[in-house]
Design a protein around this ligand. Structure first.
Ligand code: ATP
Ligand code: MG
Length: 494
């Protein structure tokens, strides 16, 4: 008897290819039941006789459930289905940058075919622990609040969580805008959103010249359920190509709530037992496997990284929902968007208290770390004081008054217009001014003016300061001296 574990035997076995031909028993929306494919495996690709492809999504003794990915016509009962035993793999390559593709990696921007370098499996396993290194570089988000208080490291998974219309997409898109000169490949994956939402993002990308380093994966609500389900995997796969080439990649999933809905719908169609909130039991596994694919690869594997920003939508600030609490537990931190703050006019409407980045500060620039270490505490103390003073307006101690002023200055400094990312150097300069107490005495308008005018002044008069901060990542004597000079210059003229 041949030894089944011997390598020679393995090679022999590889020569066999199983081709099975089944036939369609029933078609129900995106799910087709097929008989006559007894040796199929979950995730295998099948071809329909009339054209188009499907993916094996489950089976029992009598039938196979196939998720329709695309069709070329209508599927009929009795139609033949061919399984060649292959798993879904799609083209990847350099040429995908600047393009818009659907969940099956086909161009949908009308710019013709995309040259590909390779084919990658869509459902690839995440890199193992031994292939990774701890995070060591910061991802410059361009949003001062994030860089200072909720810093993100390359390779991190950070959840953006909040109610409808609280600015989640804006913050994620601003990170992409900020990568213009930072050599990061960005992927924006739209899942289950109306085409108009995607169009808005695309217009902004086009206007700001972001597309040369960005890939858009479109799984909009009007696409087939199969494409919507695949979109985040396709986005991850495209990112993996660049990560394996040693690049830093940043992926936004907008949003995974819709992805969970799609998965629930598909599962209900194949009559899987619904669990909590009617989601199938394996939704945790589905998302956690996807999130695992982010990370920082070791030098021998090219030293690339992939950072994930999954977005999840919640209802009335309730983070305890099934999908959101799952995702909180499988990411390295969350950014919580609050409707109350949004309504107060605070933008970005991020709640400090409920937001956390568990690993980002390990990779923060030392200058930023030093300047922002007290910020969270000072801000939270200010919020508490603010609540107290709403009840009692007189007799505030000198110390409390100072804290109030500092809190107001922080609030003003952290307010940021949409689509106006700041460089890390500029953020450090502002926080330095704050730490010197220079903003405490300014009025709201004067802080705004300072934010508008100070950095352009430095660019004009002290251009070396930018270079000094970026190369050293610390505030050394040279840069502090220059900063003092620039601040003197600014405050002398106002
Ligand atoms: P949805 O639930 O529809 O996905 P969302 O949470 O992604 O919404 P956005 O679409 O990013 O929210 O933003 C909602 C609105 O708030 C938009 O009109 C946007 O222009 C505005 N907005 C968001 N952030 C800012 C900001 N920093 N400054 C000014 N306006 C902002
Ligand atoms: Mg959005």
């Amino acid at each position: 008897m041949p030894n089944p574990s011997s390598p020679a035997n393995g090679l022999e076995a590889a020569r066999f290819q199983i081709h099975e031909i089944g036939s369609i028993m029933s078609v129900r929306e995106c799910i087709v039941r097929v008989k006559g494919m007894p040796s199929c495996i979950n995730g295998q690709i099948v071809d329909f006789e009339s054209g188009g492809r499907g993916m094996v999504f489950g089976f029992n003794e009598n039938e196979v459930h196939v998720l329709v990915l695309n069709t070329k016509g209508t599927l009929h009962i009795g139609e033949r289905v061919l399984s060649s035993g292959e798993f879904l793999s799609l083209p990847v390559g350099e040429g995908f940058r600047g393009r818009i593709v659907n969940g099956l990696c086909e161009p949908v921007d009308g710019l013709g075919p995309i040259p590909s370098q390779d084919n990658y499996p869509v459902f690839r396993e995440a890199p193992g622990v031994m292939d990774r290194v701890p995070v060591k570089e910061t991802l410059e988000t361009g949003t001062i609040l994030l860089d200072a208080v909720i810093p993100i490291a390359k390779g991190q998974r950070q959840l953006l969580i909040g109610d409808r219309l609280t600015g989640k997409t804006t913050v994620a898109v601003d990170v992409i805008l900020n990568q213009a000169n930072l050599d990061v490949v960005c992927v924006y994956c739209c899942i289950g959103k109306p085409l108009s939402s995607l169009q808005k993002v695309l217009n902004l990308f086009q206007e700001r010249g972001v597309l040369p380093y960005t890939i858009v994966v479109s799984g909009v609500a009007s696409a087939s359920m199969g494409e919507q389900y695949l979109a985040p995997y396709t986005a991850t796969m495209l990112g993996e190509y660049f990560m394996n080439k040693g690049k830093d990649v940043f992926v936004v999933f907008d949003d995974l709530t819709k992805h969970a809905w799609v998965y629930r719908q598909i599962s209900l169609l194949i009559e899987r037992a619904p669990g909590r909130e009617a989601y199938p039991g394996d939704i945790f596994y589905v998302h956690s496997q996807m999130m695992e694919r982010a990370g920082y690869l070791k030098e021998e594997l090219g030293g690339g990284s992939m950072t994930f920003f999954p977005i999840v939508e919640i209802l009335q600030g309730d983070v305890t929902g099934y999908i959101s609490s799952n995702l909180i537990s499988m990411t390295d931190g969350q950014i919580y968007f609050s409707t109350a703050l949004f309504n107060k006019g605070i933008r970005p409407a991020i709640d400090f208290g409920l937001s956390v980045s568990r690993i980002g500060n390990k990779a923060q620039w030392p200058a930023m770390k030093a300047l922002s270490s007290q910020l969270r505490l000072e801000y939270i103390q200010y919020q508490e004081l603010l609540q107290m003073t709403q009840l009692r307006t007189t007799g505030l101690s000198r110390e409390a008054e100072d804290r109030m002023k500092r809190g107001q200055a922080i609030t003003q400094l952290l307010i940021q217009d949409k689509n106006k990312p700041m460089s890390m150097e500029a953020e450090i300069m502002y926080l330095f001014a704050l730490s010197m107490g220079l903003l405490d005495t300014l009025s709201t308008n004067d802080v705004k003016k300072f934010k508008d005018e100070f950095v352009p002044l430095v660019e004009r008069e002290f251009p070396d300061l930018f270079k000094e901060i970026r190369t050293t990542q610390i505030l050394n004597d040279t840069s502090i001296e220059m900063l003092y000079e620039a601040l003197n210059h600014y405050f002398a003229q106002v």
